[in-house]
Design a protein around this ligand. Structure first.
Ligand code: MLT
Ligand code: MN
Ligand code: ZN
Length: 299
């Protein structure tokens, strides 16, 4: 299986268009310690020819341009993107669908809950139904979006997309609106979980023995955004677990059998983005890699 991290940042990217927090400021200045990052998306392929795009970021055009594997390469119209899968309905994961119009044939996969929010929004009808088939996938059902590559979706603690929040919403609920994807090809397994509010025993059992885990790296501490002075929301309120602390992702997964551990969906206020910082070194010393755009590996 081949994997490319097309976008390693959370919603907003790095630097975020309107942000002058200390980390975005370094990125605006071109300081080499903070790599610019685009919004959350990966691509996986069993053969390097046909790819599954997992999440369609608002930055998808730039991501396709910047990664040769994603370029059209035969005939007059072509894309190596064979299928698209969504793990939630947040803007950073669905807005790129609007860029994938132009009558290119592919199949869009998501749980009924996530696909429903796309179907309910008529702007996505720019994806002409003659070209783009929409396929609902039930939780825990294994499907094969690309020949030779299978996927199983599972619920993780999360919440509804920001733009669908209302008084009844529950943070940390395990429903089909926030899912992880177990991706398998050639006997290797990759777990991709860009949004997760809490590590449960169930989740740990689910990902035991994976060759690689790409996991929610939105915040280092629950109050990153408050510390940075840019907002009042905690990681928990946004449906994202912190890296540090007893109940954080690093400690919760410390004893899990996992090949490679990579943080993705990193918010621009997360201090681990600064190469050489104590925060970055601390995370790395505990066995994690901080993902960056263009990072690729084979399993
Ligand atoms: C999130 O992951 O919390 C969302 O992407 C927030 C957003 O839509 O801006
Ligand atoms: Mn997001
Ligand atoms: Zn910022």
């Amino acid at each position: 299986m081949q994997l490319v991290i097309l976008g390693s940042a959370a919603g907003g990217g790095i630097p975020q268009w309107n942000c002058r927090c200390s980390i975005c400021s370094l990125a605006w200045e071109g300081d080499p310690r903070v790599k610019p990052r685009t919004q959350s998306s990966i691509a996986v392929s069993p053969d390097g020819e046909r790819w599954l795009l997992v999440n369609a970021s608002p930055d998808i055009r730039q991501q396709i341009q910047g990664n040769r594997q994603m370029h059209p390469r035969e005939g007059l119209r072509h894309s190596p993107i064979h299928a698209v899968l969504l793990t939630n309905g947040d803007v950073d994961h669905v807005a790129g669908l609007l860029t994938l119009r132009e009558m290119q044939v592919f199949t869009l996969y998501a749980t009924p809950g996530i696909l429903g929010s796309v179907n309910d929004n008529r702007v996505f009808d720019v994806l002409n139904a003659e070209a783009v088939q929409r396929q609902s996938i039930a939780l825990n059902e294994t499907f094969e979006p690309v020949p030779g590559l299978t996927v199983t979706l599972f619920a993780v603690p999360g919440k509804v997309p920001l733009w669908l929040e209302d008084a009844s919403m529950q943070i940390g609920a395990e429903t089909e609106t926030t899912v992880g994807a177990m991706i398998e090809a050639g006997g290797k397994r990759l777990a991709y979980i860009p949004g997760c509010a809490r590590v449960t025993d169930d989740l740990k059992r689910r990902i035991a023995g994976v060759d690689a885990l790409l996991f929610d790296g939105t915040v280092l501490e629950d109050d990153d955004m408050i510390r940075a002075g840019v907002g009042t929301k905690t990681g928990w309120r946004m449906g994202h677990i912190q890296m540090n602390g007893e109940t954080g992702s690093i400690a919760s997964l410390a004893d899990a059998e996992i090949g490679r551990r990579v943080f993705v969906h990193i918010n621009n206020t997360n201090p681990v983005l600064v190469e050489g910082s104590t925060e970055r070194e601390s995370v790395e010393s505990r066995g994690w890699t901080v993902g960056h755009d263009g990072m690729s590996f084979s399993l």
